[in-house]
Write a protein that binds this ligand. Structure first.
Ligand SMILES: *Cc1c(COP(=O)(O)O)cnc(C)c1O
Length: 307
């Protein structure tokens, strides 16, 4: 069993920021960088580490309960860290995979996670206070972490990654599902703008790429996490790149990811990073960035989900 401090020494932090040079139309007119949160750890998805990193109290909890789908990067990351730290972990999973466990679930089983499969109706109640109170009675020693690790404490962990970026940039691009990551980026830049700009103007622009069909809905999720700020960084979510919905990956997206993985120094997958990098390629082709823009693409990790 490891302490949290020991566990952290196994992580690559700060994660690297690297320039990359794809052969995409328009790429030669801008500077592209990737923030390699996929490099933080081979098993634990970078994004989910960031969101958990400030959520575990220093006196570790006696048990943890959380929620996710059958391929969840969040459950995978949490299952791994709980195993390493010796914290009993219960995963409440949407749908019954007992006959055909996914690779993610097989890992959880190996890491001694207690798994409860629930139907869709029960899973829908995952944020209802009555249901959460029932769970508290069932697991009196446990802390309950919401789906995706998306809660207020997640924002500080995301701020850490923004603070690690030492290159100057104009745009930061990141995939959006629950909105906590994008809110964390905006919040971190709000703070930076406040301390560096006397005459406030938004120095950086944040572009979220919706990975599911959620025009309006995703903006609301981000707003919900965002503290009110007089120095609101300019941000928006582009809804042109969800490819039909969450985890939908038509052939053209699969092919794009395969070509990318054959030619670049790092790998992407179709659920999150593939959609974000495709979006940047398409926006460059359409001239959406001014010449000489400096663009950081956040690689949130999640390669296990592609298995
Ligand atoms: C969960 C996840 C996201 C989405 O982050 P949100 O905070 O839910 O918007 C993006 N990329 C990867 C790899 C993820 O696992």
């Amino acid at each position: 069993m490891l302490s949290l401090e020991d566990f952290k020494t196994s992580l690559t932090l700060p994660s690297p920021v690297e320039p990359f040079f794809p052969k995409w139309k328009g790429a030669e007119k801008v500077s592209l960088f990737v923030k390699r949160d996929d490099a933080i750890h081979p098993i634990m998805s970078g994004n989910k580490w960031r969101k958990l990193s400030n959520a575990l109290p220093p006196s570790l909890p006696k048990a943890i309960v959380s929620f996710g789908g059958g391929f969840s990067n969040h459950l995978h990351a949490l299952g791994f860290i709980c195993f390493k730290l010796g914290i009993p972990f219960t995963a409440i999973i949407r749908g019954d995979y007992s006959a055909t466990p996914s690779p993610m679930i097989k890992d959880l089983i190996q890491w001694q996670t207690h798994i409860e499969y629930v139907d869709r109706i029960t899973y829908k109640k995952r944020s209802d206070s009555a249901y959460l109170n029932e769970l508290k009675l069932q697991f009196p020693d446990a802390i309950i972490i919401p789906e995706g690790g998306s809660q207020a404490q997640a924002l500080q962990g995301i701020k850490d990654l923004v603070d690690e970026i030492e290159v100057d940039f104009d745009f930061i691009v990141a995939p959006v599902a629950s909105g906590a990551t994008l809110a964390g980026i905006i919040n971190a830049l709000n703070k930076r703008n406040r301390t560096t700009a006397t005459d406030f103007r938004s120095l950086h622009k944040v572009i979220g790429i919706g990975v599911l069909k959620g025009e309006g809905y995703l903006e609301g999720l981000v707003q919900k996490f965002l503290p009110i700020s007089k120095h609101q960084t300019s941000w928006h979510i582009d809804h042109n790149y969800h490819f039909g919905g969450y985890a939908k990956a038509p052939n053209e997206l699969q092919t794009f990811c395969n070509d990318f993985n054959d030619n670049m120094e790092f790998k992407i997958e179709p659920v999150y990073s593939g959609k974000a990098f495709w979006a940047v390629k398409d926006m460059l082709a359409k001239g959406k960035f001014e010449d000489r823009s400096r663009i950081v693409v956040l690689h949130t990790g999640g390669l296990q989900g592609a298995r």
